[in-house]
Design a protein around this ligand. Structure first.
Ligand code: GRG
Length: 306
């Protein structure tokens, strides 16, 4: 596979796009011969193949690079993560959740098809994610594969993404002044952060990182996940709907408590800077110097427009 040598590429945005293109070559064939219903198969492909950033596979690739993992192996394993991510977006857009009409520049899945198909396509993508990982039994020892499977299952479930979504819904019932920054941090660490952390841990597991390195990656990725959500909140507030491929100013319209509503725009920006400083400390423990490209990823994050 012809993937960019990171040291020769300064622009992280270029790297993200190149990795996304390589990733999509591996993702596309996953939607052949999926079952008896043509509509379900088409809906699963529709919800997964639209132009996403593929940020989570990029993270697995980047962390994998530190440990000299074959890029193709990182991207193959990260298909499972992206399938879980796509399922979560489909379900998140449902009328009973965020009720969105637009995702990745296209009608949301329940708008294109119908609500029941969207629920089933999300469910089936979740199963496909684990089936895909299990099919990698020739690529690595069973112990390593089990570590990937349990990392993803934990991050996606009631102690991770779904748990965070539930806490988020419960918080919406509360009065705004009963919600603290700590509450928001906890909700978003689970809802958004857990899958981002798992994406980074995938690279570490594939690369046989030792305990200390895994701890460092865990801490670093926790800050990154929080920062990713803050930039998501900022984009909802200030971003261009066309550029993002989804509606903007939804949080305000729904009176939702976010990092931006709690901290204000300036406070949220300052919080981002603090997170980057805290994250940098852990680069050293990974055996990287602070000028490493993982820190450049933060620069990209802080300036992202979609
Ligand atoms: C089982 C009903 C049910 C729900 C599943 C919906 C859900 C649980 C959890 C929601 C998780 C979620 C969608 C969190 C938001 C995370 C987030 C910031 C998504 C946007 O990610 P990007 O910007 O999107 O990487 P692209 O499109 O680029 O992949």
């Amino acid at each position: 596979m012809d993937l960019p040598q990171v040291k020769n590429l300064n622009n992280i945005q270029d790297q993200i796009q190149q990795i996304a293109a390589e990733f999509e070559k591996l993702l596309k064939p996953c939607f052949h011969d999926l079952g008896l219903s043509r509509q379900l198969q088409e809906a699963m492909a529709y919800g997964s193949l639209a132009a996403g950033k593929r940020f989570r596979p990029f993270l697995t690739y980047k962390i994998g690079q530190i440990f000299h993992v074959e890029p193709a192996l990182c991207l193959k394993a990260s298909i499972a993560i992206e399938l879980i991510h796509c399922y979560s977006l489909i379900h998140d857009d449902l009328p009973s959740m965020d009720n969105d009409d637009l995702r990745r520049g296209k009608p949301t899945l329940h708008r294109k098809y119908d609500e029941a198909t969207a629920i089933l396509a999300g469910d089936a993508l979740q199963s496909l994610a684990y089936e895909h990982l299990c099919s990698m039994d020739k690529d690595m020892p069973a112990e390593k594969l089990m570590a990937l499977i349990s990392t993803l299952a934990h991050a996606a479930g009631s102690q991770g993404m779904v748990g965070g979504q539930m806490l988020d819904m419960e918080a919406e019932e509360k009065h705004a002044h009963h919600i603290s920054l700590k509450d928001i941090e906890n909700i978003q660490r689970l809802k958004t952060g857990a899958i981002i952390e798992a994406s980074c841990l995938f690279g570490a597991i594939l690369g046989d990182a030792d305990f200390e390195q895994k701890q460092a990656i865990h801490h670093w990725s926790r800050y990154l996940g929080e920062a990713f959500q803050i930039t998501d909140d900022l984009l909802d507030h200030l971003g261009d709907a066309k550029m993002m491929g989804k509606e903007a100013q939804k949080d305000d319209a729904h009176g939702k408590m976010t990092f931006v509503t709690i901290l204000g725009l300036k406070g949220a920006e300052q919080h981002l800077k603090n997170l980057r400083q805290k994250a940098r400390i852990h680069l050293d423990q990974m055996g990287l110097d602070p000028d490493d490209q993982l820190d450049d990823l933060w620069a990209w994050l802080l300036h992202r427009k979609f």
